[in-house]
Ligand binder design. Sequence first.
Ligand code: ARG
Length: 582
Amino acid sequence: MSILRNIENDITEMMCKLGYNIEKVNLQPSGRPELGEFQINDAFSLAKENHCNPREIAEKIVTELEKDGRFHNLNIAGAGFINLSLTEEFYLEALKELSKDIKSNIDMEPAKKIIIDYGGANVAKILHVGHLRSANIGEALKRLARLLGMEVIGDVHLGDSGLQAGMVVSEMKERYPELPCFKENYQGEDFSLPITSDDLSVIYPTASKKAKENEEKMEEARNITYEIQKGHLGYSTIWNKVKELSLPEIKRIYEELNTSFDLWEGELDSFLYIPDMLKYLEEKNLLEVSEGATIMDIKEETDKKEMPPIILVTSNGASVYATTDLATIYGRMKRFSPDEIWYLADSRQDLHFEQVFRASKKSKITTEATRLEFVGFGTMNGSDGKPFKTRDGGVMTLRDLISLVNEETRKRLNPMITDEEEQKKISKMIAIAALKYADLLPYRTTDYIFEPSKFADLEGKTGPYLLYSTIRMNSLLKKARNEGYNNYEIKKLKNETDKEILQTLLNMPRILKKSYDVKSLNDIAEFLYKLTSTYNKFYSENHILTSKDEELKTTWLALTDVVYKTCLLLLDVLGISVPEKM
Ligand code: ARG
């Protein structure tokens, strides 16, 4: 249990003994540090319940707290705000605890099995800026949930059953009609694709343009898509080959973003469950036919807005986005029975997910207890406030986006790094840190503006600042080890910034919990900046290695070690890796 939670439990118990009915006291970092480091505001709600004066209750609590050796500077402000600080002995004990294991300062959440559906790359299309946040936020949430004790399965849920399948195959047919898969009597004989993955980046846009301009082409694309969904041998074979060809580049980009998945499944994998699912819904009398399409009504009495029915089979028999998502849930419940499924996608997909979730609750594909959650996010915009585009107005690919940031980090690389390979590697790592940190810093649903030179800056709330500071902590520790310091005795503090660092660290479990609850990483990103900048202030105020006071020196080394490890831990949660030097 975290150090702060432990104290809170003790105070809660004490208050219960005083006869107050309180579930959990809240020890908050003080908004007015001049009055004390922490505050307790529970006297107010208790006063209401007990029909008395909050100050009276606050006084009783303070009298008890004075008997506890861990607090000092106890005072009551205003009508009943309790302020208090923790003693130096307490902070030293806390530092000892953290030195043993920084993870002891984490409050585990009740264990659950969670599937996180994120990434969402589309086969044969290029990964673009719209996929960035899904990867970054999803990966970080996965890591955070695991840190807090959850069992998590990450699934990339590839988009592979949509219209792009028909478009690409139709274009392939036009270019290479002689391929065996297009023969009338195709029996499944193997063949190799006459294209490379680079060609693919031309084939899809060409096909898509043709279909948009020509209704006949569009019709053909629809038909082929439908045939692929039904398992047409020739079309499925070539589509699978295209998928194989497109995956390495998708995987490479995810790897660059430190994003990895337990399952590499896609929409097409859900087709295994569609017939069963439709039968199940049919038996429950939930399906209707409207203008040839099979739909399900999902209106609820309390609805304030229009809620269109969910379309499961189109009039020509095809499955759509909602069908595959519902069938995926059907399959996931059968295979994994998760407690929760989280979906990471652009906030504009809100309605789609609401429809799917309603359908799965109404049909009891999921249980009453299963939690389905849409974790929507805002867009990364250009300076014009619209989703970020290339200079000529095209879709910005993730590959190019990373390069843009890389150009900036390259400019700022330490000139002492001369080896070209090393330069490349380190500047790429810094670029990823810059991009990811900037992406996770705003609250999840907030849009933000892409500013590569700001993201890459070594000063301010940026990934490079955090990396630089973390590396500096490590080199300080290395120097200390070279001087023979390995175990750091924890003896005393200077009662200034060193204490502020410890206060910050004590607050970490709360930050983790809040991030987990709201499924946004912004508080962790802010926390890392606060911890790092407080440490840097301390670093510039004190000469740690040359301190003549051995007791201070070893305590400070212990503190540095704890801050360093905490930074590594939280950077890792954000999916940011730290280079050896920069
Ligand atoms: N492939 C989709 C897209 O690019 C995102 C998938 C989100 N996940 C889901 N289960 N629908 O928009």
